[in-house]
Design a protein around this ligand. Structure first.
Ligand code: BTN
Length: 339
């Protein structure tokens, strides 16, 4: 077991007491609670309650009322509040340690540091906003405040490093199934990790790990989903979308995240108990990229076209090359649809 080191120099997570305030307001959404009662229950001054209410309002939480009459929440806030999430994730490994940030550079970066410091399997890192969200191949991930899901799961899986790509597939399947309930069309997965609807990307996964050749110490699986963006930045509009753009209605990030993590738990347990077969089979059912898709592959060293021919049991993509050089096993690289 990795020794537990102090987490004292990690960035400051959201104050547990703001989280408690949010839970108190959300659980009493139909009544007005006085500032004095809130202050007493949480153990802070009424002035502090007022300051936090202002902070929640700045984040888009509709809190009605003022210090004299009391406060109530107009509708269930779509904040990924740890206490409420933990309650809904009961029975999964994700209910125990949830680190929430209003603003952070990257949940993956924080989770890698937490992995190094001995945080346990199942630790979740969530952010309302990322200032340096990271995508695959050194790209950035646009992470506007409170409209997307920016979530990283820290895992300590009992698998060899060579099987780590399957964690990306597990996350992709979980996110795809969770989002399917919000969409009118069936979402697709472009190997290994792009979530697509109508040919445009609405989510992605970045898996990073700390490993030796034969031993995986920990892996972090970062999931980004565009949920309530009303429009995408101009330079991405041709290739990226959000659930709201696709359906013309807003969606609950909170409910989507709960579903995603519950699906993740199910697929992950299946993978650990039965190996990669059920994951590969499910991928074949839901991904149009599994077999017979004309693709252009770009790796670090070359670019070629071909036709997809299923996955290896390690999650690696098989592509039958157009240039007659046989079947290529694609470990990592960009996959684009070819004409
Ligand atoms: C991709 O498709 O390029 C992967 C995108 C992954 C984005 C998520 S958002 C949460 C986590 N933190 C990051 O910095 N990146 C991942």
């Amino acid at each position: 077991m990795t020794p537990r080191k102090s987490t004292a120099h990690l960035p400051q997570t959201t104050d547990r007491r703001i989280d408690a305030l949010l839970t108190l307001l959300a659980e009493n959404a139909t009544i007005v609670i006085s500032g004095a009662r809130i202050a007493k229950e949480i153990g802070v001054t009424r002035q502090q309650v007022w300051r936090w209410i202002e902070k929640l309002r700045a984040l888009g939480v509709k809190v009605k009322g003022h210090p004299h009459t009391g406060y109530h929440i107009e509708r269930f806030p779509d904040i990924l509040a740890p206490q409420m999430l933990s309650h809904r994730l009961y029975g999964t490994p994700f209910a125990r340690r949830i680190h929430h940030f209003f603003k952070i550079d990257s949940t993956n970066t924080v989770a890698m540091r937490m992995g190094e410091q001995g945080e346990p399997h199942g630790t979740l890192v969530l952010a309302e906003e990322q200032t340096a969200g990271r995508g695959r191949a050194g790209r950035s991930w646009v992470s506007e405040r409170s409209v997307g899901i920016y979530c990283t799961i820290l895992l300590r899986p009992p698998i060899p490093p060579a099987h780590a790509p399957l964690l990306t597939l597990v996350a992709g399947l979980a996110a795809r199934d969770a989002a399917a309930e919000d969409l009118d069309k069936s979402p697709d997965i472009r190997w290994p990790n792009d979530l697509l609807v109508g040919g445009k990307k609405f989510g992605g996964i970045l898996t990073e790990m700390h490993a030796e050749p034969d031993r995986l110490h920990y892996a972090v699986v970062g999931i980004g989903i565009n949920v309530n963006q009303s429009k995408m930045p101009a330079e991405l509009a041709e290739i990226a979308t959000s659930l709201k753009i696709e359906t013309s209605r807003p969606h609950s990030r909170f409910e989507l995240l709960v579903r995603l993590l519950r699906h993740f738990d199910r697929y992950y347990n299946r993978f650990i108990s039965d190996g990669s077969q059920p994951i590969v089979r499910r991928f074949a059912e839901v991904s149009s990229y599994f077999r017979g898709k004309r693709v252009r592959i770009t790796t670090l060293t070359e670019q070629f076209t071909g036709t997809t021919a299923g996955l290896e049991s390690s999650g690696v993509l098989r592509v039958s090359r157009d240039d007659g050089r046989g079947t290529e096993l694609v470990l990592a690289g960009d996959v684009a649809e070819a004409d």
